[in-house]
Write a protein that binds this ligand. Structure first.
Ligand SMILES: Cc1cc2nc3c(=O)[nH]c(=O)nc-3n(C[C@H](O)[C@H](O)[C@H](O)COP(=O)(O)OP(=O)(O)OC[C@H]3O[C@@H](n4cnc5c(N)ncnc54)[C@H](O)[C@@H]3O)c2cc1C
Length: 417
């Protein structure tokens, strides 16, 4: 098989991670091709909740989650569900997840996550300036709400971490204080934390398309194809597709939840799985949403998308192949209507399921393959791919151009499992 094109960089995957890396490398003077099977429906980046969730620095495997999770598993409409046929497959991932909650491990993961978040926050501002993209953002903060005092008290793990890593936040203990930020909530919600530096995109689909259009305008190539095998040599790397191939000096795997197969074609065993998530987008709701709302006890968020309202969340372990169960999206809406009476008469615009690319320790891989320095990995961002895209892009760019990355990347290593 002969390569029919030559580039400095070939990126497999044109979601928000692949595209952000592509733009960053173009700025460094590299020629770039993105290979993407172009299935926008399953791409996680286009329909997520649209939050740059810079306050979410606490890894998912907290000691509290480990205690609560078993009762959630049994409720098909609860925030966390494992499909019975997927139990055996996900078991080793779950063991690693549990280990990530151990004290010393948790502290290390938190520090790494906070470092990547701080970089990503600054990198996003650079990206917004370079791409002239401020008009696509809402800067209205996030209100994280709690019904039960007990759960609010437990959330101190987050607020303490925010204090330690200089993330602005204010805690509220009364309906009046909460109402000042977001009126119209059920008065059951008496406890909250407000994080003013949280940012949202007006629509993740428009955000990704905007970056893609700039990438193409700057001479970037988009190859609508599925990459099958990555074959590195000493001086270049060949990416094989069904009937063709591309050669480049470096290949970056940014194929979201589908990256595991590509890494294993390199000989790297990575415990990547998918946390499937759901959302439902509503139009003409009549709800005056003033900030991004997070209902941590119920595992869902409410955000403003393109003048509509998106209610989304839930975690479902069921792999990449099983069809969606949209009852979960309906269940999220039912819960949201109870809390936000303003949503009562709204009609559903569309329902969506997406595949979060998740590693059990809540950190992505941003590193070389263990087998070749010509192949790099940028995947596994889980719930935070939009948030960490600009930071990840700067790290990968620095590795490619031989500059020391701005933060220590050892926690994001491909060897850590
Ligand atoms: C319900 C939900 C809500 C979310 N909300 C947020 C949020 O508010 N904030 C946030 O930061 N994150 C959020 N996330 C997570 C975020 O969407 C993901 O972390 C992020 O989109 C991952 O981006 P990616 O580029 O790695 O993967 P993707 O967007 O999935 O892109 C991967 C691309 O690779 C392509 N591909 C795969 N295999 C191949 C192959 N072999 N050859 C060629 N192409 C291939 C696919 O077609 C796809 O286009 C949410 C996720 C879900 C499901």
């Amino acid at each position: 098989m002969k390569p029919h094109l030559d580039y400095d960089i070939a990126i497999i995957g044109g979601g928000v991670i692949g595209l952000s890396i592509a733009i960053s490398l173009q700025q460094a003077g590299k020629t770039v091709v993105i290979i993407d099977r172009d299935d926008e429906l399953i791409n996680a980046s286009r329909k997520n909740a649209g939050a740059f969730a810079f306050a979410d620095i606490v890894p998912l495997a907290t000691p509290h989650i480990i205690k609560s999770a078993p009762k959630w598993f049994l409720d098909p409409e609860g925030p966390l569900y494992i499909h019975p046929a997927y139990l055996l497959t996900i078991f080793p991932w779950m063991v690693r997840f549990w280990r990530a909650s151990w004290n010393n491990m948790f502290t290390r993961l938190l520090e790494a996550q906070a470092g990547l978040m701080a970089l990503s926050r600054e990198a996003l501002e650079r990206q917004v300036k370079d791409l002239n993209a401020e008009f696509l953002l809402y800067r209205k903060g996030q209100l994280r709400l709690y019904e039960q005092k007990r759960n609010f008290d437990r959330s101190s793990i987050l607020w303490d971490a925010c204090s330690r890593y200089n993330i602005q936040h204010t805690l509220f203990n009364s309906v009046e204080e909460i109402n000042e930020i977001q009126p119209g909530l059920s008065p059951k919600y008496r406890y909250a934390g407000f994080t003013p530096d949280w940012i949202n995109v007006s629509d993740p689909n428009i955000w990704v398309q905007y970056i893609k259009d700039i990438y193409i305008d700057q001479g970037g190539k988009w190859l609508a194809n599925s990459a099958k095998i990555i074959a590195p040599n000493e001086n270049d790397v060949l990416i094989k597709m069904q009937e063709s191939a591309v050669s480049a000096s470096f290949c970056i795997v940014a194929a979201g939840a589908w990256s595991q197969k590509l890494a294993s074609s390199m000989g790297d065993k990575i415990p990547l799985d998918t946390e499937r998530g759901y959302n439902i987008t509503l139009k003409n709701t009549g709800l005056d949403l003033r900030t991004h709302l997070t209902f941590a006890e119920h595992g869902f968020v409410v955000s403003m998308i393109n003048q509509g309202i998106r209610v989304g969340g839930a975690v479902e372990f069921a792999g990449l192949m099983r069809p969606p169960n949209f009852d979960r999206a309906d269940a999220l809406l039912k819960k949201a209507k109870k809390i936000l009476p303003g949503l009562a008469n709204s009609f559903s615009h569309d329902k969506w399921m997406g595949f979060r690319p998740s590693l059990p320790d809540s950190l992505p891989i941003v590193d070389y393959s263990t087998k070749s320095k010509r192949v790099l990995y940028a995947f596994g961002h889980g719930h935070l791919g939009l948030t960490q895209a600009a930071g990840t892009a700067e790290l990968i760019r620095d590795l490619i151009i031989g500059k020391r990355p701005e933060i220590n990347i050892s926690a994001f290593s491909a060897k850590r499992f």
